[in-house]
Design a protein around this ligand. Structure first.
Ligand SMILES: Cc1ncc(COP(=O)(O)O)c(C=O)c1O
Length: 421
């Protein structure tokens, strides 16, 4: 392989000038897993990782494995520098004002729980209203349900229309009731719907709400600017954006984070501990108790480098092309029902069901063809109930997805139809 900057993808040199595109066949060479012959159509669940990410983690293990923030020797200093370097990369990726606003978590779930615990327990009171949507992932529902039950608050859910898009009329009506908190996903993991996040945040802020955006399906797939978005909190997971499991991000506006109490407590999140009491560390470390996922955070940094080199506009453009292709191909299949909006208003996620064939049976047959397809409720059971289905099949795409993988999926669907006829 030709020498190139650490974290840079294979294709960066071959990108056409000015055009938001990259050569998928070339970058696939960075992903050893594709040598197994799988068609991986489950990236909304977790993405694959390029060598640059696993390499950065291996380098930590093999060359400077040690704990961070607390040792005087060289390799511990190196580990600390690389661990902290991810913060600036993430800050830049989402255009936060300061690295103090970038909190490492295990993922989106932990990030939302952190907000529910540290912000929610202080600010949500009896009779308060929390506004969610019916398309939320469980991790943006359950923490609020627990909080609401504890505080005697109420939750209202914004419904969807027949195309799987949020009922904004209903959203605006709920805002008239001055909710304390509005929390919604930027992109639905189950339907692929891209919500009008900018408009929703602006309206919710104007109504006086604190706003959390679940960016688990946003940040990996499109350019995100948290300052332009104007939200108070933004959560996402490294493992859905080429990084390893166990490292995710909570962005929070500094003044809110400063005023919040810690989530977890113990080592590393303190300035001083005395038997009479404790003073907490400054941001962002106040929220990072105990030994952290050091290798994973370093891996996440390499993933951000990789995506940044591709360019988030190119990532979005590629996914849109694949999604349009898949939408067309699947629309042509008899007995197939597609859920969600048209490709122009959806991310690289397509949920569908097949007449007379359970999604799990389809996924099993696809697996025989080495096609990795998700079947189930996608951790969005309220949405499944709303759609009147127990489960759907879901194909989801990323930077490495090729059209021939979509063709292989269509082949598996036809095979399933032949078997179940
Ligand atoms: C929209 C959305 N929110 C939250 C999550 C939870 O992410 P994690 O399991 O990485 O914490 C997911 C994962 O699928 C998701 O798609």
């Amino acid at each position: 392989m030709a020498a190139r900057a650490q974290g840079a993808p294979n294709s960066s040199a071959g990108r056409a000038q000015g055009a938001p595109s990259f050569d998928v066949a070339t970058i696939r060479k960075d992903f050893p897993i594709f040598e197994t012959g799988i068609a991986y159509l489950d990236s909304a669940n977790t993405s694959q990782r390029p060598r640059q990410v696993t390499g950065a983690m291996m380098e930590y293990f093999e060359k400077f494995n040690s704990n961070i923030h607390r040792a005087a020797y060289h390799i511990a200093e190196e580990a600390t520098v690389r661990y902290e370097a991810t913060r600036e990369k993430v800050r830049d990726l989402i255009n936060a004002s300061s690295t103090k606003e970038i909190i490492y978590t295990r993922g989106t779930t932990e990030a939302i729980n952190l907000v529910a615990y540290s912000w929610g327990r202080k600010h949500i009171k009896q009779g308060d209203l929390i506004v969610l949507t019916i398309i939320e992932h469980h991790s943006n529902i359950v923490p609020w349900q627990i909080l609401a039950a504890e505080k005697g608050a109420t939750i209202e859910y914004v419904d969807i229309d027949e195309r799987g898009e949020l009922r904004l009329d209903q959203f605006h009506k709920l805002l008239e009731r001055s909710p304390k908190l509005v929390a919604f996903g930027q992109v639905s993991n189950a339907l692929g719907t891209i919500n009008p996040a900018m408009e929703m945040v602006a309206a919710a802020k104007a109504a006086g709400a604190t706003v959390l955006v679940d960016g688990a399906q946003g940040a990996p797939h499109q350019r995100v600017d948290v300052r332009a978005l104007g939200c108070d909190f933004y959560a996402f997971s490294g493992h859905k954006m080429l990084g390893p499991t166990g490292a995710g991000i909570l962005y929070g506006r500094r003044e809110l984070l400063e005023a919040m109490d810690p989530f977890m407590s113990g080592g590393d999140m303190i300035k001083a501990v005395h038997i009479e009491g404790t003073t907490y560390h400054d941001l962002p470390w106040k929220f990072e108790a105990g030994t952290q996922a050091i290798a994973e955070v370093i891996g996440l940094g390499a993933a951000v480098d990789y995506l940044s080199a591709l360019g988030m506009d190119a990532v979005r453009a590629h996914e849109r092309e694949i999604t349009e292709y898949a939408y067309e191909a699947l629309s042509d299949v008899e007995g197939l029902t597609l859920y969600g909006p048209p490709p122009s208003r959806r991310a690289g996620v397509i949920s569908f069901s097949l007449e007379g064939i359970h999604p799990h049976d389809l996924a099993t047959i696809a697996d025989r063809d080495q096609v990795c397809l998700r079947a189930g409720h996608h951790c969005a059971m309220p949405l499944m109930t709303r759609l009147g289905v127990a489960a759907t099949a879901r194909a989801s795409f990323y930077v490495y997805t090729q059209k021939d993988e979509v063709d292989r999926l269509v082949g598996s669907i036809k095979e399933a139809q032949r078997i179940f006829k």
